[in-house]
Design a protein around this ligand. Structure first.
Ligand SMILES: N[C@@H](CCC(=O)N[C@@H](CS)C(=O)NCC(=O)O)C(=O)O
Length: 243
């Protein structure tokens, strides 16, 4: 049974419906580069944004997977971890979103996603190392059904401070980079959680974050991957049993 593409706010390309347990696999290892994703998955969104940023829409084909009705061939023939994202390239399948963002940057043409500056590169590694900590802060708020612990607030404050480190632009390394790609799917969801569940503004009293959100929403490669916030909010509430 076909599943619909969820509500993407400003789609710029024809995106395929998610494949289900009833779907045939694509012709695997035929030389086509494929990015396996789920449209709602923030980890997959990272790789999807990287692909768009590099202008690889014609070189990396999006294959959406219905995680709730996952095809058996996905685990058996594509990615034994059975998660998204995964990238089929040069007869190999690789996973882990942060690795994929770097892999896409290094192995494909298109604008570089990291600056040359060594101080910025070093800061990029520090921020990437913290990104799981930031994500956990977000998920802990959902698990506690809306309670924002001091630890979670500190994680957001840490992001606010990091955004102030370089003054040549509103992004983590000044100009847009793969660090922004790593964080933005989670910042997006954290903001939706704040406004939809806490009835508050995540960026209140955090001017750097406010500017980041404003500016990142002008980056097409990102906005093309955004789902309707109400859809994401409903999904969060359902998954974490929030009334
Ligand atoms: N560490 C992985 C996490 C990927 C991940 O957890 N993806 C979720 C969807 S958002 C998934 O595939 N879940 C399926 C499962 O765990 O069975 C990454 O960064 O790529």
């Amino acid at each position: 049974m076909a599943t619909a593409v969820p509500p993407i706010i400003s789609p710029k390309e024809d995106l395929p419906p998610p494949l289900t347990s009833a779907s045939e696999p694509p012709p695997l290892f035929d030389g086509t580069t494929r990015l396996y994703l789920a449209y709602h998955c923030p980890y997959a969104q990272r790789a999807w944004i990287a692909r768009n940023c590099k202008g690889l829409q014609d070189k990396i084909k999006v294959v959406a997977i219905d995680l709730a009705d996952r095809p058996a061939w996905y685990k058996e023939k594509v990615y034994p971890e059975n998660k998204v994202p995964a990238l089929e390239h040069n007869n190999q399948v690789k996973g882990e979103s942060l690795d994929l963002v770097k892999y896409i940057d290094s192995n494909f043409d298109g604008p570089a996603l990291l600056p040359d500056d060594s101080a910025k590169k070093q800061f990029a590694e520090e921020l990437l190392a913290f990104s799981d900590g930031f994500n956990s802060a977000f998920f802990s708020c959902l698990r506690s059904k809306g309670d924002v612990s001091d630890e979670a607030a500190a994680a957001v404050d840490k992001i606010e401070a990091a955004l102030g480190k370089f003054s040549d632009g509103p992004f983590f390394l000044g100009q847009f980079s793969l660090v922004d790609i790593a964080y933005v799917p989670f910042i997006e969801r954290f903001q939706i959680f704040y406004s939809g569940i806490k009835k508050d503004d995540l960026a209140k009293g955090r001017p750097n974050l406010h500017k980041f959100i404003e500016e990142v929403n002008k980056v097409d490669a990102y906005t093309q991957t955004k789902l309707d916030p109400q859809f994401l909010l409903d999904q969060m509430k359902e998954k974490f049993g929030i009334a």
